[in-house]
Write a protein that binds this ligand. Structure first.
Ligand SMILES: N=C(N)NCCCC[C@H](N)C(=O)O
Ligand SMILES: O=C(O)CCC(=O)C(=O)O
Ligand SMILES: [Fe+2]
Length: 321
């Protein structure tokens, strides 16, 4: 199977609020498709997600407009340890596996009340998100997008919960009932004109689910398949590319993979993408679910339990030069 698994998740999204959704054959058909894609490669496309094409386009457009500003304007919202790692990072500042990446980005993290009470030493992500004055309307648009995407992430995770346990709320409550989120607005200049080797080096994502809104005209995202080859996750207009994060790998005891991926912008045009990361509760203790252990049997390596927030902090602290 390749990365082209393509699910129309319409039934899942439309019946999200229905406690009896598992009785609908169309919902269960989607659930089977998601389960298969998660077991095989951990990457798939979704359509029928209900997010308006106009909103997807506007969000990317904000990115293009922001990155086109003079550097001094962008640096007004510069990210540092003093801002809780929230804000703008310039080209080469993001580091993956020791190498600087050819991208610039603005990073946003959910602002948690209890984070505001803690010290930076306890929680380096403590801080407020940084919003640019220009392009105008940036903040309300991204805030709307975060709300819409949180809803969508919940619908997909309910489908995955049904696949794994037969219960739509298996990831509710203390697991991901109060989900953390991360959003990155990322700009990738063409690699040809630079000395950099990669737009974003190979990595796995940290949490539950990533939903990528990418420029529909530029192939750049690549996924490592089970044979170890890099394959393109070309944009399909109107869809999201969805992939599994580290926490879902642990919860499923490895039934699902958090797949390695990277970004190579070989095009001659600048590329913007906006991944939204739907995450567990910040303080969730993540350990293999019993139901998944039964399915994987004792021969499969187990994972050590981790607190999601600790995992993400550990990652962020090594992300910048
Ligand atoms: N929130 C997520 N997934 N961000 C991924 C950022 C790119 C990889 C990062 N430098 C790393 O080394 O992990
Ligand atoms: O730009 C993309 O398509 C994906 C970016 C990515 O993998 C990440 O930020 O974690
Ligand atoms: Fe990623």
């Amino acid at each position: 199977m390749d990365v082209c698994t393509y699910a129309d998740i319409g039934p899942l999204v439309q019946q999200k609020a229905d406690p009896h959704m598992a009785e609908d054959p169309q919902v269960m058909n989607v659930v089977r498709q998601l389960d298969e894609a998660c077991r095989e490669i951990g990457f798939f496309y979704v359509k029928g997600h209900g997010v308006s094409p106009h909103l997807l386009e506007q969000v990317l457009d904000m990115g293009y407009k922001f990155f086109a500003l003079p550097e001094e304007d962008k640096l007004q919202i510069a990210m540092s340890s003093d801002t809780g790692f929230r804000g703008y990072q310039k080209l080469g500042q993001n580091i993956t596996k020791g190498q600087p990446d050819l991208h610039e980005a603005i990073d946003y993290f959910r602002e948690l009340e209890n984070q505001k009470l803690s010290t930076r030493k306890e929680n380096p992500l403590m801080g407020s998100n940084q919003w640019p004055n220009e392009p105008s309307g940036f903040r309300p648009l991204i805030e709307e997008y975060v709300n819409v995407m949180t809803d969508l992430g919940e619908a997909i995770i309910q489908g995955i919960a049904l696949a794994l346990s037969g219960k739509k709320d298996a990831f509710g409550g203390k697991r991901a009932g109060d989900p953390f989120w991360i959003l990155r607005v990322i700009g990738y200049p063409p690699m040809k004109k630079s000395d950099f080797e990669v737009g974003c080096g190979d990595h796995t994502d940290y949490g539950l689910l990533t939903l990528v809104n990418q420029d529909p005209t530029i192939p750049a995202l690549q996924v490592k398949n089970n044979e170890g080859n890099w394959i393109w996750a070309k944009p399909i207009p109107g869809t999201f590319v969805v992939n599994i994060g580290d926490m879902l790998k642990i919860w499923t005891n490895g039934l699902y993979q958090s797949t390695l991926h990277r970004v190579m912008n070989d095009d001659s045009k600048y590329r913007v993408s906006v991944p939204f990361f739907y995450e567990p509760n910040f303080d969730a203790l993540v350990e293999p679910l019993e139901i998944c252990e039964q399915q994987t049997g004792s021969a499969v390596p187990r994972f050590t339990p981790v607190v999601y927030g600790d995992h993400v902090i550990g990652k962020v602290l090594t992300n910048f030069g």
